[in-house]
Design a protein. Structure first.
Length: 394
C-alpha cells in the first residue's frame, strides 16, 4: 500500500462559519499607524492610565488571595455594586443574584445574548452604521441580519424600523451613545420604540458601553429607564470604556431573570467566569461613584478642545453628542485626496499626514462611502495636540 505523504499532511478545509469576515479595520489601521509612526486616532482606546486607585485595588485583591475561579455569574460584591449603580442612575432595580452577570468584555456579552435567544432563521435587526461585531454574532447564532439604515444625522428612522419588523424578527441590537456617529437616543425615542414593540415579542440587546459619555447636559437614555423596554432587554456595558482599561476585558449584562437564565446557560459554557482579581478590584473601586459620575465632564473637555482644533482645518465637523468619537467630512479639502473613498483616504491620511482614522464605510455591510471618517479623542492632551498639528497641514 502506497501512502501519499503530501495528502496525509494536508490540512482539511472546513466550510467557514464566517466566510465574509477578514481582519477588522481597527486592527489594520492600528498596524499601519505603528508601521509608519502615525498618531493613532483610529482604534477606540485611551493612551493614558486609569485612576491609580483602581490597579491598587486589584493589587490588594491579588494579595488577599483572589486567584481561583469566582462564581460563574461574577463576584457577588461586584454584581451588587452594578445593581446599585443601575438603581441610582436609571431607577431600575436589578436583582444582583438573578439579573446581573459579569462578562469578559462587552463583545462577549453581546454575542452571548445573541447565542442565548436567536434560533436558526430568526431575523435580527441592526441599525447601520453599526459596530462590526454585531452581524458576525448574529450569523454565528444562525440568525439572519436585517440592516436598517439610520436616518438624517444618524438618528433612528422609526418608519424604516417598523417596515423591517416581521413575524420572524427575534431581536433588535441598539447602540446608544452610538459608535461611530456619536449621536445619542432620547427618552422620546425610547417611547416611540415602545409603541412599535409593545404588541410583539421582539427582544432588545442594548449596547450601552458609552453610557457615561453623554455631553451638553443630556442624560443617557438607557433602556433601563423605560419599564416596558427594560422587561425585554439585555443591557450591556463595559468597565474597559468606563475605567480606561480596555485591555482588562471586563463588562457586564443586565436582564430580567427569565432572559438572564438563558444568557447564563451560554455564558457558563463560553467563558464560564471572568478574571477574579479584576472583579474584586472593580467592586472595591465602585464603592465611590465619583469616577464614573465625572466621566462626561472629563471627556467633554477633551471633545471641546479637539473640536476647536479641528475647526482650524478643512475637515468639516459632524455633531458629537456622546462617546469619545468625532466624525468629520473631508470633501472640502483643497487637494485631490478629497476624491478618495473613505478607506483609501484613511490610508493616505495615515501614511502622508501621520494621523490614523477609521472609515465610516467599515460600519456598513455594503461598504458605502460618504466622505466621512471617525477620529478618537480618548487620548492624552499631548497626543491630541500632535494630531491637530499634523492635521493642520490639510
Amino acid at each position: 500500500m502506497t501512502i501519499d505523504c503530501e495528502a496525509a499532511l494536508r490540512t482539511p478545509a472546513p466550510p467557514s462559519r464566517l466566510p465574509n469576515v477578514g481582519t477588522t479595520i481597527f486592527t489594520v489601521m492600528s498596524a499601519l499607524a505603528q508601521q509608519v509612526g502615525a498618531v493613532n486616532l483610529g482604534q477606540g482606546f485611551p493612551d493614558f492610565d486609569p485612576d491609580p486607585a483602581l490597579p491598587q485595588a486589584v493589587t490588594e485583591a491579588m494579595r488577599a488571595g483572589h486567584h481561583q475561579y469566582p462564581p460563574m455569574a461574577g463576584v457577588p460584591a461586584l454584581r451588587q455594586a452594578i445593581a446599585r449603580k443601575a438603581a441610582a442612575l436609571y431607577g431600575r432595580a436589578y436583582d444582583p443574584d438573578a439579573e446581573v452577570t459579569v462578562t469578559a468584555g462587552a463583545t462577549q456579552a453581546i454575542l452571548t445574548a445573541l447565542l442565548a435567544v436567536v434560533q436558526p432563521g430568526d431575523e435580527v435587526i441592526v441599525l447601520e452604521p453599526c459596530y462590526d461585531s454585531y452581524v458576525p454574532g448574529i450569523e454565528l447564532a444562525g440568525g439572519v441580519p436585517v440592516r436598517v439604515p439610520l436616518g438624517e444625522g444618524f438618528r433612528p428612522d422609526f418608519a424604516r424600523l417598523a417596515a423591517a419588523l416581521t413575524p420572524r424578527t427575534r431581536a433588535i441590537v441598539l447602540n446608544t451613545p452610538h459608535n461611530p456617529s456619536g449621536t445619542v437616543w432620547r427618552a422620546d425615542d425610547l417611547q416611540t420604540l415602545w409603541t412599535l414593540l409593545r404588541d410583539t415579542d421582539v427582544l432588545l440587546i442594548g449596547d450601552e458601553v458609552y453610557e457615561h459619555m453623554v455631553y451638553d447636559g443630556q442624560p443617557h437614555a438607557s433602556l433601563a429607564t423605560h419599564a416596558g423596554l427594560a422587561a425585554r432587554s439585555f443591557i450591556v456595558s463595559s468597565f474597559g470604556k468606563t475605567c480606561h482599561v480596555t485591555g482588562w476585558k471586563v463588562g457586564y449584562c443586565l436582564a430580567p431573570a427569565p432572559l438572564m437564565a438563558e444568557f447564563r446557560k451560554v455564558h457558563q459554557f463560553n467563558v464560564f467566569t471572568v478574571n477574579a482579581p479584576m472583579q474584586h478590584g472593580l467592586a472595591a473601586y465602585m464603592a465611590d461613584p465619583a469616577p464614573y459620575l465625572g466621566l462626561s465632564a472629563f471627556y467633554q473637555a477633551k471633545r471641546d478642545r479637539f473640536r476647536a482644533g479641528l475647526q482650524r482645518t478643512r475637515l468639516r465637523l459632524l455633531p458629537c453628542e456622546g462617546t469619545y468619537f468625532q466624525c468629520v467630512r473631508y470633501g472640502e479639502l483643497a487637494v485631490p485626496e478629497r476624491q478618495l473613498d473613505e478607506a483609501a483616504f484613511c490610508e493616505w491620511l495615515t501614511r502622508e499626514v501621520g494621523v490614523a482614522a477609521i472609515p465610516l464605510s467599515a460600519f456598513y455591510g455594503d461598504g458605502r462611502s460618504q466622505g466621512i471618517v471617525r477620529l478618537c479623542f480618548a487620548k492624552r492632551d499631548a497626543t491630541l495636540e500632535e494630531a491637530l498639528r499634523r492635521l493642520a497641514r490639510l
